[in-house]
Design a protein around this ligand. Sequence first.
Ligand code: URA
Length: 241
Amino acid sequence: MERLQKLIARSGYCSRRKAEELIRLGKVAVNGHIITEMGFKVSEKDRITIEGEPLISVNENIYLLMNKPRYIITSTSDDKNRRTVIDLLPKQYQKFRLYPVGRLDYDTKGVLLLTNDGDFMNALVGPKSDVEKEYLVRLDGLISKRELKEIEKGVELENYKTRPCKAFLESVDRKNKSSLARIILKEGKYHQVKEMFAAIGYPVKRLTRIRFGNLTAEGLKEGEVRELKPHEIKKLLVRRG
Ligand code: URA
C-alpha cells in the first residue's frame, strides 16, 4: 500500500505536489469514490481516476537503490534457491522486471542499483562507464601504504591489468593481523576488488560497497530500498571527463 499522491506521482501523471492539489480539489476517485483525504492508502489493484479518466502509468521506468545485505544473490533467480535481491523488493516493485545494475558478490554488502531502464543500465555498467565505485575492504594481513600504492598503479590479473585507482589505509588491527582499506575504482570487473588484493597477497575477508557515483546507502537499513530522485538519476548519467 502507498499514499495516493505518491502512486499518482510515480505513474508519471504529475508531481506529488500537483497530485495533492488534485486530491484536495476532489478530482481524484478511488474505486468510484472521490477521495479528499490526504495520505489515503491505495494499492496497484485500486482503480484510480482523475477527473473521470483512468490513471495510466506513463512512466514505467523504475530506479531503485538497495542496501544489499550479505548472503543474498545479485541476480533475478538462482538455481540453488538462494534468496535474490529481487526477493527482497517490496511488493509494489515486484511487477516490474527489474535488473541489478552490475553485480555485488553473494558475500558483499552495500550500495546496489536496480532498474528496468536498459539505457541507464548500459550507461553505468558498460566498458565506457567511469562511475566511481567505493569499497571498504577488510583484509587478512597487515597491508602497507607502499603496497596500496601498487594497487593504485594497477595490478596484473589473469588476463588484464586494472586501471589506475585510489586506495587508502583506514586502520590496522595488529592483534588480529588484519587491515581495513578503502578503494575507489572506475571499472567493475567480476570479483575485481577481491582479485586485486589477492594478487598482492591479501585475501579479502569482508567487502562493502559504500558508494556508487553520488549515491550511498545512508538512511537505508540492510535489505531496504528507496527510489532514486530525478536529480540523482541525471547526475549519474552526466559524463565525467
Ligand atoms: N569486487 C569484488 O570482488 N566483489 C564485489 O562484490 C564487488 C567488487
